[in-house]
Ligand binder design. Structure first.
Ligand code: Q46
Ligand code: ZN
Ligand code: ZN
Length: 307
């Protein structure tokens, strides 16, 4: 059987063999043209959704996984001013390994990596869990939201970028539609504008699949953490991803059509009806935005005798 030709360079030669099949876009690409295709696609996403410009100072939330590290590298390749933020959750072994990948990439691209160490800020997640009735992932979400916004604002960044990919976004969208979570649906968009003390948040990989994101990181030889976080259970999200993958295999392009169709057709209608949150106040202790008198981080600090 003759090997497929790259759709762009039309070569069959061994120097640029076809390495990536993208049936959703009817493309077969060699490594070089896949990397170019991906960077162009992300650049188009940034422009299409007015995420940021070359004048912005971007802070990328890096977890040590393939998506966030790949995104950070890609943004610097495109010439954006992008630094990283790593939140060390103090999860035995997992955190040390993922942090080392984030630090290695920072060194390679010559950019600053800010590190917030939960062990000194509050307590490592396993210890924190003993003081809170919340599950680890819910605590983790609160910590990330709080520190990402606070560090970015304090250090003068103008945009916060996260590595959510198409598969993540489609799985969430699917779940929100299945349950008609109108509140969540109205907030599901690749750009959340800056609002008062909250920075603008963007997801530049929202039109890049998990497979494409992994290949980009692998082709650029960026080491990343492979095991899942030990607290990760997301059974329902994995189940949604499995169903969607099945649909995708039967009809390539299903995921991207479903997601971009939502952004084009339903999201604008939901935004029109969106009310601004008038219950926002500022924490009496740390001054960060909250909906209660004292924010959840300070409440936890009080409980643990750290205030
Ligand atoms: S890092 Fe945090 Fe995830 Fe680990 S504790 Fe849960 S939310 S699973 S993306
Ligand atoms: Zn090619
Ligand atoms: Zn507070």
């Amino acid at each position: 059987m003759t090997p497929p030709k790259c759709t762009i360079c039309k070569t069959q030669n061994t120097a640029f063999p076809v390495q990536v099949l993208l049936p959703s876009y009817n493309l077969k690409l060699c490594q070089k043209h896949f990397l170019e295709w991906m960077e162009k696609r992300v650049a188009e996403t940034i422009a299409k959704y007015h995420m940021f410009t070359k004048n912005d100072k971007i802070l990328v939330a890096v977890s040590g996984g393939k998506d966030s590290l790949g995104l950070w590298f890609l943004l610097t390749q495109l010439g954006y001013e992008a630094d990283g933020l790593y939140i060390d959750l103090g999860i035995p072994e997992y955190s040390a390994e993922s942090k080392s990948y984030a630090s290695k990439l920072a060194e390679r691209i010559g950019r600053t990596l800010h590190i917030v160490d939960m062990a000194t800020e509050l307590a490592p997640i396993p210890e924190m869990k003993q003081w809170s009735r919340k599950p680890a992932c819910s605590l983790c979400g609160t910590i990330k939201r709080y520190y990402m916004n606070r560090i970015a604002r304090e250090k003068g960044y103008t945009v916060l970028a996260t590595g959510h990919n198409l598969d993540d976004e489609v799985a969430v969208l699917w779940n929100n539609v299945m349950h008609w979570n109108m509140d969540y649906l109205s907030k599901q968009y690749p750009v959340l504008p800056a609002e008062g003390p909250f920075l603008k948040k963007v997801k530049p990989l929202c039109r890049i699949s998990e497979k494409e994101s992994a290949l980009y990181t692998i082709f650029h030889k960026i080491p990343y953490i492979k095991p899942e976080c030990p607290y990760s259970t997301h059974a329902s999200s994995l189940e949604n991803k499995r169903i969607l993958q099945q649909l995708e295999e039967e009809k390539p392009g299903t995921k991207i059509t479903f997601y971009t169709g939502f952004l084009k057709n339903l999201a604008p209608l939901l935004h029109k009806n969106e009310k601004t949150d008038s219950s926002l106040a500022f924490c009496k202790i740390c001054g960060e935005p909250t909906t209660t008198e004292i924010c959840s981080i300070c409440q936890l600090k009080q409980k643990m005798g750290k205030l």
